[in-house]
Structure formats: structure tokens, C-alpha cells
Design a binder for this molecule. Structure first.
Ligand SMILES: Cc1ncc(COP(=O)(O)O)c(C=O)c1O
Length: 388
């Protein structure tokens, strides 16, 4: 019998999908919300002017509650993480002669906007290397966070990273990094794509200036929507586009040509054009509803049980595994030993319908509530088959 969580999804029973860090399967309820959204435009008069605002505000509220933000107007609706990071990079202030701190092999959507400041405005991007190249080297996780803290100095304009490295799940000590960032007056931009929804986000302890999340992974939403928290330091900033709906008073459709200089309050100025997407927003709202219902703590606990078993077994097979306190519960990226042929491993897993990712040197395993020990065992069986 399927568990209620498995039943909420529609994965084929013979597939061992251990790849939520790539993309979550679409929950049944989210798919249905999307289909309802498509059908709405059959008769456009059913889409009322207030719908352009209410649904967006419901999404802002659900996400704000998830990340511990009291004012939903601090949440902007974005099309991607790259867009949100570009908003942050565009409002970091003068950067000539200053540095921007990121970590080595960070997801490119949170790198190119900073590199653009290097090319165009004379900033320097500091890529912080881990103390050892291979995951599983003792002290690597802890040492990497320490190096990030040490890379921040009084010439730092912004620090931008994620709570967990997207390739191998290494945890960064965002509290210590946040504290140092505030000490030097720099901006802290956090990419929560691979953490929010899968683990509680300690907003009050990290205190980022911006927190940006794509919705199609751990928020169980559709592709092409992301959400971003922008704190007070972004008030008065310049958005990437000059939209009409982000202006004060835009809910009065009769007065739209009374052009207004003021934006709507908070972070709404950073909303993407046509943000009131009548298909994607109801889907995202449904995804967020499920995330709230199941709870990031429960996702973390369930994934932690599965990855703990995997970590132990894979370590015994010679894979490099990050120390327990320094790795995510929901993303286990293990370093493949040199005596295993990666192509052979990929084929062995594929033959067993085990779906994971190879990212950099890491074999990345990212379960969710729909996974169970049968998935873990199928993966281990594939690994043992190439071990001989
Ligand atoms: C850490 C991280 N950030 C962001 C993204 C997605 O970025 P974007 O929304 O710009 O495509 C991904 C996708 O894999 C990711 O792993």
C-alpha cells in the first residue's frame, strides 16, 4: 500500500526517484491546480481585477510564513533565482575596488550576476575554496565555513551563498557568516533553493538581506516561478523592470494612465512583469500548502533517516561522505572513489531505475517524503554491482 505521501505524487511504482534536488515530481494537487488555471482563461470574464492581486498576496503570505517573515510585502514574485540575484546585485551600491564573496562551484544562477559586477564595475569576486577538494576529507565542511568567514573583510560589498552546497549538500554555517557579514556592513544574499521546504530556515538567526528560492524543487511548485525575500536594505532600490502592476495604486484599473512615480510598498517593486500568472501561482500556492502541511522538519527527519543509512553503507564502500553535522539531511553528495568507473556506475543505477544526479565529482542523492528504504536498497544494489 502506498503511504499518504507517495499517493500525493504520481511517480511510476518501478522508479526509484532520488533526485528532488534536480526537480520535484509534481504533486497531484499541484497538477490539478495548474489544469484549473489553464481552464480559467477559456472565459476571461471569470478572471477579476482583484485576482491580479489576491493570489499573488496569498503566495507571498504562504512563503513569508514558511521562512519566518512577518510582513508578506517583503516577498517578491520572480521568474528565477538568477533574476532575484540580479536584483540583489543591481542594488548592492558602489562596488569598484570592493569584493564579493561566493563559494567555489556555487550554482551559476548565483554567480553570473556577481561576475557581471566584476566585468562592468570593477568589483572582485572571491571564490572561497574548500580546505580539501574531495568530499569526505575530515574537517572539510567545518573548515569551508571558516574560510568563508575569513574571506569577508572591510572591502566586502556582498556575500552570496546557500545554506547547503548544491552538489554535495555540504552545510555552511550561515549564522557565523551572517554575523561577520553584518560586522563589515556587507549584504548577505542567500539562495534557499536547495534548503527552504526541505529543512526549517532559521531566519531570525541568519538574518539575510535577501533570500531567494526557486519553486520547482523543495517548494513542490512549477517551473518558472521563484520567490524572494528582500529586507529593508533593498527599500528604495531599482527593479530590473519598470512594471505597471508594481506601482502604488495599480489595483485601480481605471486610473492606470495616471502614471505614478511611487512603487507599491516593500519588495513588490521587484516583482517580475505579469507576475499574476493564473496558472503558475495557484500551482505554487498548492505546493506551499503541502510544504506547510507536511512540514520542513518532517521532510528533514524522513530524508535524514534515509541518507544516514546511505552514508554509512557508501562510506564502507569507499565513497567520500561529509561528516554528519556538516551535511544536509536531504542532499547526500558522495565523492565517487577513483576505482569505480563513473559511467559503469551510471549504467548500473539506470538499469535499476534509480534516478540520481552526477554533479561535479559527486553522486548526488536527494530523497523526499515519497522515498523509502526500497529506494535506498535499489541504489546500494547498483553500487555493489559495480564493486564486484
Ligand atoms: C542552488 C540552486 N540555485 C538555483 C537554481 C535554479 O536557478 P534558476 O532559477 O536561476 O534557474 C538551482 C537549480 O538547480 C540550484 O541548484
Amino acid at each position: 500500500m502506498l503511504s499518504p505521501h507517495e499517493d500525493a505524487f504520481q511517480l511510476p511504482p518501478d522508479v526509484h526517484y532520488l533526485n528532488c534536488a534536480y526537480m520535484s515530481p509534481l504533486p497531484r494537487a499541484v497538477e490539478e491546480a495548474g489544469i484549473r488555471g489553464i481552464r480559467r482563461k477559456r472565459v476571461p470574464s471569470g478572471i477579476r481585477p482583484e485576482d491580479f492581486f489576491q493570489e499573488s498576496d496569498e503566495v507571498r503570505s504562504a512563503f513569508a510564513r514558511l521562512v519566518g517573515v512577518s510582513d508578506p510585502a517583503r516577498i517578491a514574485i520572480l521568474p528565477s533565482v538568477s533574476y532575484g540575484v540580479a536584483v540583489a546585485a543591481g542594488n548592492v551600491g558602489p562596488v569598484r575596488g570592493r569584493n564579493l564573496v561566493v563559494v567555489r562551484d556555487q550554482f551559476p544562477g548565483n554567480v553570473y550576476a556577481w561576475l557581471a559586477l566584476e566585468h562592468r564595475e570593477g568589483a572582485r569576486v572571491r571564490f572561497v575554496d574548500p580546505p580539501a577538494p574531495r568530499t569526505g576529507t575530515p574537517g572539510r565542511g567545518e573548515g569551508w565555513s571558516r574560510r568563508v568567514v575569513e574571506a569577508i573583510d572591510d572591502r566586502t560589498a556582498a556575500v552570496s551563498l546557500a545554506p547547503f552546497h548544491w552538489t554535495d549538500g555540504t552545510r555552511f554555517d550561515l549564522e557565523a557568516i551572517g554575523e561577520r557579514t553584518r560586522e563589515v556592513g556587507a549584504l548577505l544574499v542567500v539562495d534557499g533553493t536547495q534548503s527552504v521546504g526541505a529543512a526549517p530556515f532559521p531566519m531570525d538567526r541568519v538574518r539575510p538581506d535577501a533570500l531567494i528560492c526557486a519553486s520547482y524543487k523543495w517548494l513542490l511548485g512549477p517551473y518558472s516561478v521563484a520567490l524572494g525575500y528582500f529586507g529593508e536594505r533593498f527599500d528604495g532600490g531599482i527593479p530590473l523592470e519598470e512594471g505597471w502592476i508594481t506601482r502604488a495604486g495599480s489595483d485601480d484599473f481605471r486610473g492606470l494612465v495616471d502614471y505614478r512615480a511611487e512603487y507599491a510598498p516593500g519588495a513588490l517593486r521587484y516583482d517580475v512583469g505579469e507576475r499574476s500568472n493564473f496558472i503558475l501561482l495557484p500551482m505554487l500556492l498548492e505546493g506551499l500548502r503541502l510544504v506547510h502541511e507536511w512540514g520542513p522538519k518532517e521532510v528533514r527527519a524522513h530524508c535524514g533517516r534515509l541518507t544516514a543509512e546511505l552514508a554509512g553503507e557508501l562510506k564502507a564502500e569507499g565513497f567520500g561522505v561529509e561528516e554528519e553535522g556538516w551535511r544536509a539531511a536531504h542532499i547526500l553528495g558522495v565523492d565517487v572513489p577513483d576505482d569505480i568507473d563513473r559511467e559503469e556506475l551510471r549504467e548500473a543505477l539506470e538499469a535499476r531505475s534509480v534516478q540520481v544526479s552526477l554533479r561535479g565529482r559527486a553522486l548526488r542523492i536527494s530523497p523526499h517524503l515519497y522515498n523509502d528504504r526500497a529506494d535506498v536498497h535499489a541504489l546500494l544494489d547498483g553500487v555493489c554491482s559495480v564493486r564486484g
